[in-house]
Unconditional design. Structure first.
Length: 395
């Protein structure tokens, strides 16, 4: 059941969260486990690979299995390398992937343990995982609908991993799962899991970022005008931030290509520099030449400002603009909004458990925290940590 926003895309505004299926936590109570299973089972039916790695460019079945499972190999190799720094795990009899989804990490764990078990709340995900299994009886999958992990004996698993999972479970359950993952960890074993600690009132920005309030701008664009192998869009950029944009800032207008339903076809296409300096309240016209024809099945071009190497303005709530393409059903140059969902639509919740509580749970379970590392995949509006843990004692 792993999923999360991609920090590198910088697309974690409330608008993009809604488009990606994230529930607005301020207005709805957290799901119970029955609801959680229902929603994730639906994700497993509709778009399982994207639900696990929510890169917007991959929505709508655009992950290939080879690319998708390669990310799991890289992630597990990194975790195992971290474990080796501590001489762990001492034995490699059994491994556990909690919240396994379709087996992205489970399959990779087979290179590091004699037997691997993947557990997930969603029957549809487990069914896919069994189909993708390439390791025979060494890798097994089962549905785990609620804590405790009653089929697993205490101190019986040498390598325990979960990633991009616990943040989607209400804290009353995720706390119980943390305790259970610690309980099953074998002496000399290695447990690694991630969990947000708190939402941030102001985003944590990368090195070189401007003040958060600087990332506000308004775009007004003309219709797309095809000219041979390119198309020109004239864009009026207005600095609405109240902060002067200085001449040494690598600030561009860029574009993404979207399908008619708002799914991302190509995350990045072309750039055009914004003439700087640009004082607060001032405007300038930028000509952006985008690729033409656009990649199929693009029907919409989305324009945004980007501070190169730092973030897209949309990540900070800065306004983007969408234009329909000539000949598409939508009317140009009006902005295009994603269609309203019809019927049941699964959603992904985001939750946090304070770091102090997590560390208290681990101490109460009799395990030892080796290190706590910043975790970035939840995006700049969450403080999140990865906990690396061992259990002391004789095998």
């Amino acid at each position: 059941m792993p999923a999360c926003w991609s920090l590198t895309r910088g697309r974690d505004t409330a608008r993009h969260a809604a488009a990606m299926g994230y529930r607005a936590r301020a207005f709805l109570p957290p799901m119970n486990l029955d609801d959680l299973q229902r929603h994730w089972d639906a994700f497993g039916v509709r778009d399982p690979l994207w639900a696990i790695l929510t890169d917007p460019a991959r929505k709508g079945g655009r992950w290939t299995p080879a690319e998708f499972f390669a990310t799991g190999v890289a992630e597990i190799d990194g975790l195992v390398a971290e474990a080796r720094r501590f001489g762990l795990p001492r034995r490699r009899r059994r491994a556990l992937d909690f919240g396994c989804g379709v087996g992205r990490l489970t399959q990779a764990l087979a290179a590091h343990a004699d037997a691997v078990l993947g557990l997930d709340v969603a029957p549809s995900m487990v069914a896919h995982a069994r189909t993708f299994n390439r390791h025979g009886d060494r890798v097994t999958y089962a549905v785990q609908a609620a804590p405790p992990l009653s089929t697993l004996a205490s101190r019986s698993i040498d390598l325990v991993v979960t990633g991009r999972v616990l943040q989607h479970i209400a804290p009353e359950y995720s706390r119980a799962y943390v305790a259970e993952l610690a309980r099953v960890l074998a002496p000399g074993g290695f447990l690694s899991f991630d969990l947000p600690s708190r939402p941030l009132a102001a985003p944590a920005l990368p090195a070189g970022a401007l003040p958060p309030n600087a990332y506000q701008g308004r775009l007004h664009a003309s219709a797309v005008a095809p000219q041979g192998d390119r198309a020109r869009i004239d864009i009026t950029v207005t600095n609405t931030s109240g902060v002067n944009w200085l001449a040494d800032t690598p600030l561009n207008v860029g574009n993404h290509w979207l399908a008619a339903d708002g799914a991302v076809v190509a995350q990045d296409d072309r750039r055009a520099a914004v003439p700087l300096p640009l004082a607060a309240g001032e405007s300038v016209v930028v000509a952006l030449d985008v690729s033409w024809p656009p990649p199929a099945p693009a029907a919409v071009v989305e324009l945004d400002l980007v501070h190169e190497g730092v973030l897209w303005f949309a990540a900070m709530g800065g306004g983007t603009v969408r234009l329909s393409l000539p000949g598409s059903d939508a009317s140009a140059p009006a902005a295009v909004a994603p269609p309203e969902p019809a019927g049941f639509e699964p959603v992904m919740e985001m939750h946090a458990v304070p770091r102090s509580e997590v560390e208290a749970i681990l101490a109460g379970a009799g395990v030892r925290v080796l290190q706590v590392r910043p975790e970035l995949h939840c995006g700049p509006r969450w403080e999140a940590w990865r906990y690396d843990v061992t259990a002391d004692g004789a095998d």
